[in-house]
Unconditional design. Structure first.
Ligand code: ZN
Ligand code: MN
Length: 134
């Protein structure tokens, strides 16, 4: 592999490591700030490009929330999330993935169902406790 190829590999590896080392579901901007600490000349465009490549390869997940920024998840396996409407955090949910929903839909509508995504919204435990302490 040439030097340019090594550089590309190094950037991609670093971005994957950054995502795998956190469960905060960060934005691309946050990943970029972290990556710059180790590769000061990396650009935001490079970060976006690598996030897209990693997503295409099934190594990470992109969680898009309509008009707000996408968040990224280093865990590519389907799992559910809870979005706190107060602090904005996206938290992993300790519930098993209900694959039976996919079968139910496939049976009912005759669609070919490949996957499903489920998000819960509300106020997180930390925010509830902070409110109660006031
Ligand atoms: Zn919260
Ligand atoms: Mn997650």
């Amino acid at each position: 592999m040439g030097r340019a190829g090594q550089r590309v590999t190094r950037q991609k590896k670093l971005i994957l490591e950054i995502l795998r080392s956190t469960n905060t579901h960060p934005t691309a901007d946050w990943v970029y700030e972290q990556a710059r600490k180790q590769l000061p000349d990396i650009s935001l465009g490079t970060v976006y490009r690598n996030l897209s490549v990693l997503k295409g390869a099934g190594e990470i997940m992109e969680l898009s929330y309509g008009s707000t920024f996408s968040r990224y998840d280093g865990n590519p396996h389907n799992h559910y999330h809870f979005v706190c409407e107060k602090c904005g955090r996206v938290l992993d949910v300790a519930l098993p993935v209900r694959t039976e929903l996919e079968e139910e839909l496939a049976l009912k509508e005759a669609h070919l169902v490949r996957s499903h995504r489920l998000e819960f919204y509300g106020v997180c435990r930390d925010c509830l406790e902070a409110d109660r302490a006031k």
